[in-house]
Design a protein around this ligand. Structure first.
Ligand code: FE2
Length: 376
């Protein structure tokens, strides 16, 4: 963006840029100095900042500013540091703008049962050989919080090949991966033939696993379809229908725990609906199996808290919110466990159902996607 005029305001503590488009943006002198593009402030190799707050006097002002063929030349006082700023970079990093209280984080799009008609999916051989296909599949996960995968080799451990597409396995006390099949003496309800309410996994871990992969190796049992529910869409609906209840679930932490095997006592203390300070959704934790007795909610709020918890549970159970699909051998799905709840319908003992699951980290997945986008 071309800049037509510069104005030093408020004794030098603010610099205003007037763009040709008619838009104007203000920047504080401290902010500009902190983000100087000169090689003494930013390492030209890795881009990391080389100064700390002690190099940034609180009384920093813009002493002079002018337009040149290279960009915007700014000299600061005290210290006399000078740097040349790219107007496009400043325009892209401007913070002098109106804010709207968005509940959904950037890139997220909420969904309901209508998405059943076009379940986001990718074909594994294509994801391995074609970068645009991998980019599209990863962006499905960023946008919707889940995606299916077809065309996997039907062999034990194939889920690691999925994780290799974007990151690394997060190992837990359940192992590098876990088996999901009927067991005679289950230590966890996920290993029986019962249907399960939609839930997020392992809220008793802190940090919670951010990505879950579930890969199907056998599925000849009756039923046992997989179901996913957008926790962000449920939170949006709760806020619309019961704003006070939404606020209660966001305001109070819940203790989640798991002590289902010897030598393991996992605990976390986090809200069911976690919001960023800016107000957007960060994480949904919903798993009735692992909520410890509620002691963190004040006595006077407990009835309303239970009412809000029940309302959220009803929304999650509403078939209008769920996307259901049956995995065939060689198919898998990946969920953002900070957002999308998963479940399976009940299944009968006739035939076999065998899935393998593992956890991975979302930051690696988003990093891979951003790197592909930056290169294309
Ligand atoms: Fe689960």
């Amino acid at each position: 963006m071309a800049v037509s005029n510069l104005s030093i305001l408020d004794g030098g503590s603010i610099l205003q840029l007037d763009f040709d488009s008619g838009a104007a943006m203000r920047f504080h002198a401290l902010w500009l100095r902190d983000n100087s593009p000169d090689t003494a402030t930013r390492d030209p190799g890795n881009g990391q900042r080389l100064i700390t707050m002690k190099d940034l006097p609180a009384e920093t002002i813009v002493q002079s500013a002018s337009l040149s063929a290279e960009g915007i030349e700014i000299t600061f006082a005290p210290g006399g540091v000078s740097a040349c700023y790219d107007p496009d970079w400043l325009a892209a990093h401007g913070y002098d703008k109106a804010r709207s209280a968005q509940l959904l984080p950037e890139h997220a799009e909420s969904w309901d049962a209508a998405l059943t008609r076009q379940v986001p999916s990718g074909h594994f051989p294509e994801l391995c050989s074609k970068t645009p296909a991998l980019r599209d599949w990863l962006s499905h996960i960023r946008r919707y919080g889940f995606a299916k995968l077809t065309g996997l080799p039907v062999e034990s451990g194939n889920l690691f090949k999925i994780v290799d597409l974007f990151g690394y396995v997060r190992e837990t006390n359940y192992g590098r991966h876990f088996e999901v099949r009927t067991e005679v003496n289950p230590v966890n309800l996920a290993f029986t033939g019962l249907g399960l309410q939609a839930h997020t996994d392992n809220p008793y871990r802190d940090p919670v696993p951010t990505i879950q992969v579930l890969s199907c190796l056998e599925n000849s049992a009756q039923g046992g379809e997989n179901m996913v529910v957008d926790g962000f869409a449920c939170a949006e609906r709760l806020r619309r229908e019961d704003p006070e209840g939404f606020a209660l679930l966001a305001r109070h932490s819940v203790r989640f725990d798991y002590a289902g095997e010897a030598g393991v006592r996992l605990q976390s203390l986090r809200p069911m609906i976690e919001l960023a300070p800016e107000g957007h959704l960060v994480c949904i934790r919903f798993n009735s199996r692992s909520i410890a007795p509620l002691t963190t909610v004040p006595f006077g709020d407990m009835p309303a808290y239970y009412a809000a918890y029940r309302r959220l549970s009803d929304i999650i159970d509403d078939p209008a919110m769920e996307v259901t699909f049956k995995l065939e051998p060689g198919e898998a799905f990946v969920v953002d466990n900070t957002r999308v709840l998963h479940a399976r319908k009940g299944y009968s003992g006739a035939g076999n159902r065998w899935l393998q699951g593992c956890y991975a980290d979302k930051d690696a997945l988003l990093s891979k996607l951003s790197a592909i986008e930056a290169a294309s």
